[in-house]
Write a protein that binds this ligand. Sequence first.
Ligand SMILES: Cc1cc2nc3c(=O)[nH]c(=O)nc-3n(C[C@H](O)[C@H](O)[C@H](O)COP(=O)(O)OP(=O)(O)OC[C@H]3O[C@@H](n4cnc5c(N)ncnc54)[C@H](O)[C@@H]3O)c2cc1C
Ligand code: SF4
Ligand code: SF4
Length: 951
Amino acid sequence: MANPTADLAAELRAALSGHARFDPGTRALYSTDASNYRQVPTGVVFPRDEDDVAATVAIARRHGVPVTTRGAGTSIAGNAIGTGLVLDFARHLDRVLDVDPDRRLARVQPGVVLDSLRSAVAGHGLTFGPDPSTHSRCTLGGMIGNNSCGTHSVAWGKTVDNVHSLDVLLSDGTRLEVGATSPEELDALCAREDRVGQLHRDLRALRDDVGDLVRRSFPRLARRVSGYNLDQLLPEHGFHLARALVGTEGSCAVVLGATVELVPSPAARALTVLGFSDTYAAADEVPRLRGLGALAIEGLSAELVDVVRLRNPASPALPLLPGGRSWLLVETGGADLGEAQAAADAIVRAMGERAEHVVHTDPARIAALWKIREEGSGYSTRMAGSERWSGWEDAAVPPEQLGAYLREFDALLARFGRRGVTYGHYGDGCIHVRIDFDLLTRPGTAEYRSFLEAAADLVVAHGGSISGEHGDGQARSALLSRMYPPEVVRAFERFKTAFDPDGLLNPGQVVHPRPVDADVRPLVAPARIPTRTTLALHADSGDLAAATRRCVGMGKCLNTTGGVMCPSYRVTREEKHSTRGRAHLLFEMLASRVIEGGWRSPEVREALDLCLSCKGCKSDCPVDVDMATYKAEFLHQHYRHRPRPAAHYSMGFLPLWLQLGKHAPGLVNRVFSGPLAPVLKRLGGIDARRSVPPLAPQTLQAWWSARTPRTGTTARVVLFPDTFTNHFDPHIGRDAVTALEALGHAVEVPRSPVCCGLTWHSTGQLGTARRVVRRTARLLRPQLDRGMPVVGLEPSCTAFLRHDALELAPDDLDVAALAAATRTFAEWVEPTRERWQRPAQDRQALVQVHCHQHADLGFTADRATLDATGTRARVLDAGCCGLAGNFGFERGHHEVSVACAEKGLLPAVRAAEPGTDVVADGFSCRTQLRQTAGVEPVHLATLVARALTED
Ligand SMILES: Cc1cc2nc3c(=O)[nH]c(=O)nc-3n(C[C@H](O)[C@H](O)[C@H](O)COP(=O)(O)OP(=O)(O)OC[C@H]3O[C@@H](n4cnc5c(N)ncnc54)[C@H](O)[C@@H]3O)c2cc1C
Ligand code: SF4
Ligand code: SF4
C-alpha cells in the first residue's frame, strides 16, 4: 500500500535544494512553540531559497497537506504549530538584503532575526521600532505573522505600522508584491483576469460590504492585535494589503520578503523609574504620563522583583529601583543626554509627589533594569512553588481603563482561586500575566477555558482587545466571537478565503479555530514511562516530567551572543542542539508517542550528545532549565546494564587512572605522546586531534606530603586537591598555599585521594559518582567537624561539591556538611583584600569565566579579588570555552568544541596586546587555550600569590 508521507517526503527531497525531515526527532522538536499547545507536524522543511518555499507549497497542495510557517517559534498562543508541514524560515532565509537609509527602508528575508536587522541599520542612526522581548531571536517573518510590538510601541507602534510592502506567495503558487494601493492601482488590479485580479476584486468587495462595520466595531486602541487587520483595507488606510496581511499568523499568505520602515533611534536615552504603593496606583497614573513624549512606559511588580532578588541577590538592577511595590519604567530619548534628561525631568515634574523616582542615564544601569522587565515572563513561570502558564497573557485595554481593568482582573483571578502576577506594557494598556492554571487534568483545562472566556468578556467590557501583542493562535482564536460581532467574524472568514480558498495555510489560526482547551500539551502528552529520577532533582521534587515542563519555549537559548547558553546551538544552529530542543525531546521521550524507546531513545541521546554540560542554561534560562543535570540522569538510565561508549570508561574513570599514573608520570607522558598514542586515544574514545594533557612530575598531594606545613595565625583551611589541579596543574595548588599562608591561614591539603565524582556524574555513572563523593565527604568529616572551610580551586569540582553532590546524595549528612563548607578561592581571600590589595598596575588580563562559575558559583568575589591584585582585568562575555571536561576530548566533538572557542574566546585572546595575562580558573578552559591558542593561562590563585609575595 502506498505511504502518503513517504511519497510526500520523496517528492520534497527531489524538488528542494534545502532539506526536509520526517524523522520522529524532528517532528517532536517542532510539535510546540512557546505556547501551551502541541500539534505534531508530518514533517519539517528548511527552505534554502524562495524556490524551495514555492516548491514546498505546491507539493503540499497536491498532497492536501497544510503548511505552517515558522520563524523562531516563540509564539505564545500556538500560532506556529500545525499538523502538516512546518516551513522553518529561520535556518537559511535570514539575511538583510538591502538598507536604504535615505528612505529609511530595509528589505529583509523573513527569517532574519530582529537584532540582526537592528545591528545592520544602527550605523545609520536608525532602528526598527517594534521590539518584542524576544528581539534576540524572533524573526521578522514571525513579527509580521503576529503583528508584534514591544516596549517602544507607545512611540513607534506595532509591526503593522512599520511594514512598507511584502513579497508574498499564495497557496496556489501565485506570487505578488503588496503594499499601499491607490484607487487607480486598485482599479487596474481588479481589472486583471488572473488570480491577482480575483484576489483584489474579492477584497474590494469585502471592504465595500463591511467597511462601515469595521469602523464601528473595531475597538479603538493602539494594541488591537486580535483578528485580521480589515481596517487596513479602508480608504483612509490606503487599501494597504501588506498591512492587512500583518497579523494573519501565516494563515493567508507566506511572506517571502519584506520591506520595512525604519525610525531614527535617539542617540541618548534616560530611564525614569517611578515607584508606587501598588500596581493599581501605577496603572492609574499612566494616562498622565502618555503625551509627554516617552519612548516606553512599562510596568514592573514587586513579586517579579522578589523573584529576581531570590535568584540573584547581587543583580545590579535591584539597588536601582526607588521605594515602592510597583514601578513604571519610563524611557525618554533625545539627540544628546541633556535632551533625554530634560524629557525625564518633565516626567518627574508631571508626577510630582505621586511617586518616588530615580532617573538613570548610565546605559549599563538602564540595560540591567530592562533585563528584569524582559525576562519577566520567564521568571513568572515558576513563582511561589507553582507552575504558571501562558494562555491569558497579553490582553490590552485603553490606557485610561487600565487601573479599573487590573482591579477587576485581580478579582476574577480570586474568583477562580488562581494566582498570577501582572506586569507589562502599561503605556499602551497591554498586560502580561502567567497564571497557575491546572493544565495537567481535564477538569483543570475545562476551568482554563472558562477563565479565558470570562477574562475575554472582561476585556471586551473595557473596550479592549483579547490579544494586545502575541496574536490569537489557538489560545484566542475561538474567543474572537466574544470580541467581534458575528458579521466581522464572517468577514474574517471571507478575507481568509480570498487568499487561501482551500484552507492550506496554517489552518485554525484566527478563523475556523480549534477549541482553546484542545491540544493542551501536558494534557494530551502526559508521561507514559516512569519519571522519577535517580538524582534528587530538588527543584522539581524528583520528577523529570515537571522538569521538562519548565521549558516554556521562549527561546532565550537560541541567542547567539551574550551569556553562556547554549554553546552547541550557537555552533550548529540546530533546534535539537538548543536547550529548548533538548527539553522538548525529553518531554516527548516521557510521553512516548512520537519518540519511542523511552530512556533508550536514540533521538534524545543524539540531541544530548552535543550538550557540553556547561550549565549555561542553569543560570541563563529564566526558568532554570538545568540540562546538564537532566543529561547526567539520561545517560545513567540510557546505559543502565549496557556497555557504554569508550569515553565513559577512559574519561569517566579519569581520577582512578590518574591515581595509577601518578607513580610514573614520565612514562605515561611518553606513552601518550609517542607512537602508541593514536591507538590509545582511539581505544579511549578520544579525538585523534586532541593531545592528552601531560601529567605533572609531582602531584600537589605528593608535594604537600613532602613539605613541612607552616602554622598559621587566623584560621585553618582545607585546600581541596581536585583531580585536575592535583595531577596536571599542581603549581596552582602551590600558589594557592603560598597565597593562603601569606594571608596567615594554616593550610591543610588532604593526603589521601579525594574526588568530587564529577567525571562519573557527567558521563551518567551516577552510582559510582555517589560512592566517590560520599567517600570524600567521610574522609573530610574530621576537618568539617572542626568547622574548617574547604577551599576549591577548580570551578567545576567546587560547584559540584556545593550543588551537584546534594542532588546525588541528598540524604547524606557528610555530603551536606561538605557542601556547606565549600568555598571558592576568591570567596575565601576576598574578604581580607583591604589588608593586602595592590594599587592598579600596568598588568593587563583577559579573564575567561568558567561556565560553572557563571552558573553556580558567581563571579563577584573573583572580580573583587582580581581588582585587589592590581590587575587591569577585562572579563570576557565569550561564552563557553568549548572543552567542557570530557566533552571536547570525545571523538566526534572536536569541531564543535573548537567552534565554540572561536565564537568569542579565541578571537579575544588573539586580539589581546602582547604580555596580556589570560586568566582561566577552569582546567578545561586552560587546556582549550593551551591546545588551540598556544597560550599558558594563569589561575587567580597565582595572581594573588604574586601580589602577596612580589614587592
Ligand atoms: C518570553 C517571551 C516574550 C515575548 N515578548 C513579546 C513582546 O514583547 N512583544 C511581542 O509582540 N511578542 C512577544 N512574544 C511573542 C513572540 O516572541 C513574537 O510574536 C515574535 O515576534 C514571534 O517571532 P518568531 O520568529 O518566533 O515567530 P514564530 O513564532 O515562529 O511565528 C509567528 C507567526 O508568524 C507566522 N510566520 C512566521 N514566518 C512567516 C512567514 N515567512 N510568512 C508568513 N507567516 C509567517 C507563523 O506561522 C506564526 O503564526 C514573546 C514571546 C515570549 C516567549
Ligand atoms: S530552555 Fe529556557 S530559555 Fe530555552 S526555551 Fe526553554 S525556557 Fe526558554
Ligand atoms: S548545559 Fe550547556 S550545552 Fe547543555 S543545554 Fe545547557 S547551555 Fe546548552
